[in-house]
Design a protein around this ligand. Structure first.
Ligand code: GLA
Length: 731
């Protein structure tokens, strides 16, 4: 099995063809981290660490003066016995206040396959042979604590899925205050950290910076993974590039508050961890109870950031997105939002649908405004029944009308929310997430439902089941348009209030598990005021995300490029919208907008009835072209060629199929340059020996020539111009 235990050296070697992850026991007690990186064939544990006295450093195994936790690389560090770096686990024994822990090895087990995590999304296998799981049990006898660390190794990926289960195996009550999903101590070296930050309308901007001594942390305390920081980061050896070098990716399979943290210590080792944010988190464990952390994916690439992205993209499609969505094509959709906002009615939508059908689109999505008294964003969230004034025939008849045009029906919902002005609020004012003292803070005029409560989740299950039973609805856009405030639940005692944010997530996951089990063929697109919950937890249930509320193509180049570092194109909802763009007023050509949107999951979000015949013909052609390249975009390997975060005015990327027979290249000139230099574009990912022809350019070259010598880009005369170049192998 690709996880081996060497009892003599007390070492676990987890390996794939391309990676080794080595951990082991020191003095039969401490679970140490020995190595993570390119595959090694032998492990000589003693060569990995130097023991010896160090000045002013506590010695937990006195009289042995050579062991110090403050520098020992560990797998799940605690604090209180001489390790002063940030801990992975922090807890307090409630009746005496003790918090210094000593976790000691108790046993382990290695088994085929991978188990699901109770109540939480997690990477899955479709066949036991795809993964092997190591569980290491650590314990603190005196405290009555047991910790089960789980390592699921996916053999076709250089990837380990880690999580921890904290068990109160004693007789006293415990309060868990920090419980990271994974922590790794990488040896002395110079690393950079790359992370994805931003804000609404400019999500997932790429930032790479050197790590320096001290702590660097980011995360979210907003009740969702957030627009501001994505729950992913990569550590890169300083010499690593897009195509070369060692890169370590960390991604959390969770959608709530999270912390990502690195700490460079006085030995220049890096402790890297990711998990639930400890701020305002405290989970009480009664004797016999357990706390399961979310899962973190730890992926290694020796082929730079691009190599890491390829692996994560494939992995997310195959082992994170629920079946069948990671492996089946997504429909080209028309969304009503930017086309009509709240001014929707059956007649207007059917006229729009007529045009969408003419253009060859496949799915028609009615966005906000179809339910209750929802005529603007101040009311009716919670009242999920169709407004019969706007839709006199109801959705079953509408779905049938759409079907006759070749379109499926999709609907927008925002089930986690409640408007103060709604029938739901009048009936259940106590279901709002709020403290007992004052009215909760509004955001977009709305409040959040307390999903930590069973009856609220049960109500939403019933509502969504009824809606999906009312008509053949093929798609749901599940929105979440504000962050949590006033986090307090009347269902919990005072000492458990810091469990609410996580219990909210558990309630949401329970709801999503119910909906996706009951309605497995309904495609759910996640949205959170755009890309405010673009994370692996959501992607399990909602295999595509509305990437950003910013639909401007020039901005989207940056957003989609940044998003691609971790997430595959099939996850990114990308729409062609009208000009001047509704978010920033920019005017760009229709072709440019389409090329950006075709680089993700193509959709249209504009009033097709207001376009002239030539624009409609152009759109029909775009839809046809996308249908041809869709397998490449949605399942191919994505290569970044020109980085807009470096150039600011140009970008390029390409998709290559697994067999390297076909590719599609996109080049974007964001801003034109007068008398510009001759620029050569060099491709990636092709078979160097094979010949490829590019009909758009009119020539044939070997893969090696396309990749190493490249080709001179034609002059593009003005701002916002783009090229789409298809490559096909010729015999
Ligand atoms: C959010 C979404 C938009 C749209 C509106 C509807 O802002 O991000 O795409 O669905 O809600 O109110």
């Amino acid at each position: 099995m690709p996880i081996e235990f060497d009892p003599k050296q007390q070492v676990f070697h987890l390996y794939t063809d391309g990676m080794s992850y080595v951990i082991g026991l020191i003095k039969d007690i401490y679970l140490a981290h020995y190595y993570w990186g390119a595959r090694i064939l032998t492990v000589h544990a003693a060569s990995k660490w130097r023991f010896g006295p160090r000045p002013n450093t506590p010695t937990p195994e006195y009289p042995d003066l050579t062991l110090h936790l403050d520098t020992l690389p560990q797998e799940y560090p605690t604090h209180g016995r001489g390790d002063y770096r940030p801990p992975a686990l922090g807890l307090t024994v409630l009746d005496d206040g003790v918090s210094a822990l000593k976790l000691a090895y108790r046993g382990h087990c290695i088994e085929r396959g991978k188990r699901p995590l109770s109540g939480l999304p997690a990477a899955f296998v479709t066949d036991e042979a795809q993964a092997t799981t190591l569980t290491v049990e650590l314990g603190d006898e005196a405290v009555g604590l047991s910790v089960e660390l789980s390592y699921a190794l996916f053999e076709r990926f250089n990837l380990v899925a880690r999580s921890a289960k904290i068990v109160n195996a004693g007789t006293r009550r415990l309060a868990v205050e920090t419980a990271m999903s994974a922590s790794v101590d990488l040896p002395h070296d110079a690393y950079d950290i790359l992370h994805l930050w931003g804000a609404p309308l400019r999500e997932r901007m790429v930032e790479r910076q050197p790590l320096a001594p001290g702590t660097f942390r980011f995360g979210s305390t907003r009740g969702a993974s957030s627009h501001y920081h994505n729950s992913f980061f990569a550590l890169l050896r300083r010499d690593a590039t897009e195509d070369t070098g060692d890169v370590y990716g960390f991604s959390l399979v969770y959608s709530g508050n999270f912390l990502a943290q690195t700490h460079v210590d006085h030995d220049l080792s890096v402790r890297a961890m990711i998990g639930i944010h400890p701020f305002q988190f405290r989970w009480i464990l009664e004797p016999g109870e357990a706390f399961q952390t979310p899962e973190a994916l730890l992926a290694y690439s020796g082929e730079g950031l691009g190599g890491l992205s390829h692996m994560l993209h494939r992995f997310i499609r195959q082992h994170v997105m629920r079946r069948p969505f990671g492996v089946t094509e997504r429909p080209i959709l028309l969304n009503s939002w930017e086309a009509m906002y709240f001014s929707i009615s059956e007649d207007r939508l059917l006229a729009l649908a007529e045009r969408a059908a003419e253009a060859g689109m496949e799915l028609f999505v009615i966005d906000d405004g179809w339910f209750g008294e929802r005529n603007d964003d101040t009311r009716a969230l919670g009242d999920w029944t169709v407004n019969l004034e706007k839709f006199p025939s109801g959705f079953a008849a509408l779905a049938e009308a759409l079907r006759s045009k070749g379109l499926k029906l999709g609907l927008w919902i925002e089930p986690e929310m409640i408007s103060p002005e709604s029938a739901l609020y009048r009936e259940h004012p106590d279901w709002v997430l709020r403290t007992p003292y004052r009215e909760p803070v509004r955001s977009r005029h709305q409040w959040v439902l307390d999903l930590s409560r069973e009856e609220v989740v049960a109500h939403l299950m019933g509502v969504i089941d009824a809606l999906l039973a009312s008509a053949p609805i093929a798609y749901v856009k599940w929105d979440f348009n504000r962050y949590l405030t006033d986090v307090w639940s009347r269902a919990l005692s005072a000492e458990r209030q810091q469990e609410v944010a996580h219990r909210y997530m558990l309630g949401l996951y329970r709801l999503l598990a119910h909906v996706t089990e009951r309605h497995p063929h309904v495609l759910i697109e996640g949205c959170a005021g755009g890309g405010g919950r673009f994370d692996l937890g959501m992607l399990q249930f909602m295999p595509q995300m509305w990437t950003s509320d910013n639909s401007d193509a020039a901005s989207r180049i940056f957003i989609q490029y940044g998003t691609s570092i971790c997430y595959p194109a099939i996850a990114m909802g990308a729409h062609v919208s009208s000009v001047p763009n509704h978010q920033i007023g920019r005017v760009t050509p229709l072709g440019f907008r389409a090329h950006v949107a075709m680089s993700g999951n193509l959709g249209y979000e504009l009033d097709l009835t207001a376009l002239d015949a030539s624009e409609r013909a152009a759109i029909r052609e775009q839809v046809r072209l996308y249908q041809e390249i869709r397998p490449l975009v949605q399942f191919g390997d994505f290569y970044r060629l020109v980085d807009p975060f470096v150039t600011r005015d140009r970008a390029s990327w390409m998709f290559v199929d697994e067999a390297r027979r076909e590719a599609v290249v996109f080049y974007f000139q964001i801003l034109a340059e007068p008398n510009s230099p001759v620029r050569r574009l060099k491709l990636k990912g092709l078979d160097p020996q094979a010949l490829y022809e590019a009909p758009e350019l009119g020539f044939v070259m070997s893969g090696a020539e396309w990749m190493h010598a490249g080709f001179a880009l034609p002059t593009l005369a003005s701002d916002h111009q783009s090229l789409l170049i298809r490559l096909k192998q010729v015999p």
